[in-house]
Write a protein that binds this ligand. Structure first.
Ligand code: HDD
Length: 717
């Protein structure tokens, strides 16, 4: 449904707004959704706020016609007049265009989509969006990095935000999570210290979007609760291939509550249906310079192409009385529940289907809050979560400048709102009720107080109790910071373990202070003497003696990224290195890949017909796999084919980088062996393909893309 602006204005003038505005009346809002015959369209509600400039004249902010290309002057060469309200309005609006960027997670991208419940889950939760098989709920998901500012590159090493909003028929429900299931600290009061340590130095504001510096590692090594999350971030989880290839986690333990009041402890998991995939570090670094928008570009393009990314929504469920059963505390956000203890229960699936129409109005202005819960879900006493419930509301007030940010279209619930909150900057509602207080003998009792038996107003699990003396401490059940990082490390493949150590070596090599370097080795040694010694080798430090209190050989399922092939190559990208003198094979390869849903780009010297992109504008970071056509094989000889059209040796460099970064590569016909010998691949190297048959090559490459990284190319030490 798209209401022209004129129609909205007419409705307002004729007094219809109060009756028809979806803000004010729940039945009208639902009717508006039903009328289109499509209640699942996630952006339908927003469309009534869209402004379409087609076939219109320019107006001022208050609707009068105006020209705005010349300011009003006294004489052709005279000064601009104060009277020029058109000039003042335009410049003034521009001067106020920015709102404060998010204090953390400033860099991000999001999309609209739809959640579908697999079943009626009222046996475990009263949450209405989980109340029927096939029930659909519009969603918005925003991905982000944490440390960088709004313009920072996407592929820096960082924890990644995974903030999900469900616009349920009983109000907005936000799960403000990450792509890593644990967090650095256990008490929200420490958050400012963590973020101050991680963000750039206060004197020179260096480095941007990076933890490879003294203060971050000083904090990590002084605050051992950070170790578990740090290990995940140093592994592939810190440098995902794309937003589409990450899992999401609610991190904290929450509660599910049934209509009868029975509560259980749960953890949210969002399992990517594209499979988990990560870059290797150098690839991510290069990409950060080549394309700062790599992740947002990938997401936007996938959705535009109809490759809608999907996640399965699962929960781990634990009975209330088992909160301490597994040797750690379920209230401690630095711990995972290994899947052997509590398997993942799939509840439904969501799919991202629509890009935002306007980045600022939607992605920038969406204001998530862990405090946005719905009936059927409850908090726990996790001290990190408790603090977050305050912090996000507070930060939204700062960003928006007033209490009415929930009335922005992207923040408006799709269910109706009735309460006694009034006024404030930017009030959008025209409240008719003059008895804006409760109780009132004059209001007719409206709006009525909701409770569990009427009005369905039941948020807090009735069984929750608490007692205790006041104290400033953390429970002793939060004390073990070292067993689970070791469990994580033990559960990775050998190459992933190496990558993790390499990442620590890289970051630690940027630390200037010898004291901090030593502290890092000391702290890591509590997790593993092997890691500590390998780190010490790179830093030129003595090997520490084992400190084996927390050493163990346990492993758990589901933590490795590289252990599993990707379920699909659809939406992955292949570069076809071709030459403009003969593009026949390139065209056949392209169509063979496209039949498989693989995005193929033909590279060549100039942008003639049949070439999608030039060597000068391309490099290996843009592709998940690379193939050279037989006709282009001579381009591997940098000296003979040197050209002003691209940097010296670029085609060969693309192949070499692809090989070094573990990608599937190869060539058709004579290019097969030429590529293999150019990159120095051994006879039996995996992921280096050669075939004269285009369709056989495409099959092999599809398999290679699913393997994603060929790990025998990476040395171990
Ligand atoms: Fe936070 C934003 C995730 C702990 C305070 N956080 C923010 C976002 C995500 C997370 C994904 C971006 C939301 C968006 O896309 O708009 N934060 C987490 C997770 C945490 C966590 C998974 C631990 C489990 N955060 C945390 C603590 C505090 C904050 C302990 C403060 C006490 N977080 C904020 C914030 C932000 C924020 C400053 C910045 C912008 C915003 O809230 O909306 O209030």
């Amino acid at each position: 449904m798209k209401l022209p602006v004129a129609a909205l204005t007419w409705a307002a003038l004729s007094g219809l707004v109060l009756g028809a505005c979806p803000y004010m009346d729940g039945s009208q809002s639902l009717k508006a959704r039903d009328e289109s015959g499509d209640t699942t369209d996630p952006t339908e509600y927003l469309e009534q706020h869209e402004v379409d400039d087609d076939d219109s004249f320019m107006t001022s902010d208050v609707g009068g016609p105006m020209e705005d290309q010349f300011s009003l002057k006294a004489g052709a060469r005279g000064p601009t007049l104060l009277e020029d309200f058109i000039f003042r309005q335009k410049i003034q609006h521009f001067d106020h265009e920015r709102v404060p960027e998010r204090a953390v997670h400033a860099r991000g991208a999001g999309a609209h989509g739809v959640f579908t419940s697999y079943a009626d889950w009222s046996n475990i939760t009263a949450a209405s969006f989980l109340g029927a098989a096939g029930k659909e709920t519009p969603i918005f998901l925003r991905f982000s990095t944490v440390a960088g500012s709004r313009g920072s590159p996407d592929t820096v090493r960082d924890v990644h935000g995974f903030a999900l909003r469900l616009y349920t028929d009983e109000g907005n429900f936000d799960i403000v999570g990450n792509n890593i299931p644990v967090f650095f600290i256990q008490d929200a009061i420490r958050f400012p210290d963590l973020i101050h340590a991680v963000k750039p130095r206060p004197d020179n504001e260096i480095p941007q979007a990076a933890t490879a510096h003294d203060s971050a590692w000083d904090y990590f090594s002084s605050q051992p609760s950070t170790m578990h999350t740090l290990f995940w971030a140093m592994a592939g989880y810190g440098i995902p291939r794309s937003f589409r290839h990450v899992d999401g986690f609610g991190v904290h333990t929450f509660r599910f509550v049934t209509d009868e009041g029975k509560s259980r402890l749960i953890k949210w998991h969002f399992k990517t249906q594209q499979g988990k995939a990560s870059f290797v570090w150098e690839e991510a670094q290069v990409l950060a310079g080549k394309n700062v928008d790599a992740h947002r570009h990938d997401l936007f393009e996938a959705i535009e192409n109809g490759n809608y990314p999907e996640w399965e929504v699962c929960v781990q469920i634990v009975e209330e009385e088992d909160a301490l059963k597994y040797g750690f505390d379920l209230l401690d956000p630095t711990k995972i529940i290994p899947e052997e203890y509590a398997p993942l229960q799939p509840l439904g699936k969501f799919k991202l289907t629509q890009n935002p129409t306007n980045y600022f109005a939607e992605t920038e202005q969406i204001m998530f809050q862990p405090g946005h819960i719905v009936r059927g879900v409850d908090f726990t006493e996790d001290p990190l979560l408790q603090g977050r419930i305050f912090s996000y509301l507070d930060t939204q007030l700062n960003r928006h400048g007033g209490p009415n940010f929930e009335q922005l279209p992207i923040n408006m619930p799709r269910s109706s709102i009735h309460n006694n909150n009034r006024d404030g900057a930017g009030q959008m509602f025209i409240h008719k009720n003059i008895r804006h207080y409760s109780p009132s003998a004059l209001s007719g009792g409206f709006p009525m107080q909701a409770n569990q038996s009427s009005g369905r107003g039941f948020f807090t699990a009735p069984g929750r109790t608490t007692e205790g003396s006041l104290n400033r401490l953390l429970s002793a059940t939060f004390d073990d910071h070292w067993s689970q990082p070791r469990l994580f490390y033990n559960s990775l493949t050998t190459v992933e373990q190496q990558f993790l150590i390499n990442a620590m070596r890289f970051e630690a090599s940027m630390i200037q202070s010898p004291k901090v370097r030593q502290n890092v080795v000391t702290q890591v040694n509590r997790i593993s003497n092997d890691i500590a010694c390998r780190l010490a080798d790179a830093l030129g430090l003595e090997h520490p003696e084992p400190e084996d209190t927390y050493y163990h050989d346990n492993t758990t399922e589901g933590l490795s990224i590289l252990a599993n092939k990707l379920p699909t190559a659809v939406g992955l990208k292949v570069g076809i290195l071709a030459t403009q003198s003969d593009l026949t094979e390139a065209a056949s390869l392209k169509s063979a890949f496209e039949e498989k849903g693989i995005l193929a780009t033909v590279l060549g010297e100039t942008q003639v017909d049949g070439i999608d992109s030039t060597y000068s504008g391309s490099d290996a970071t843009l592709f998940d796999g690379l193939v050279m056509t037989a006709a282009a094989k001579n381009l591997l000889d940098a000296a003979k084919t040197a050209s002003a059209l691209f940097p010296y040796g670029r085609p060969g460099q693309i192949m070499l980088d692809g090989y070094r970064w573990g990608k599937p590569i190869g060539g058709t016909g004579a290019a097969g062996s030429a590529v293999a010998s150019f990159v120095g691949a051994s006879q039996n190297a995996t992921g280096v393909f050669s075939s004269s048959d285009v369709s056989a090559f495409a099959d092999a490459m599809e398999g290679g893309l699913k393997t994603f990284k060929f790990v025998d190319r990476f040395p171990l030490d």
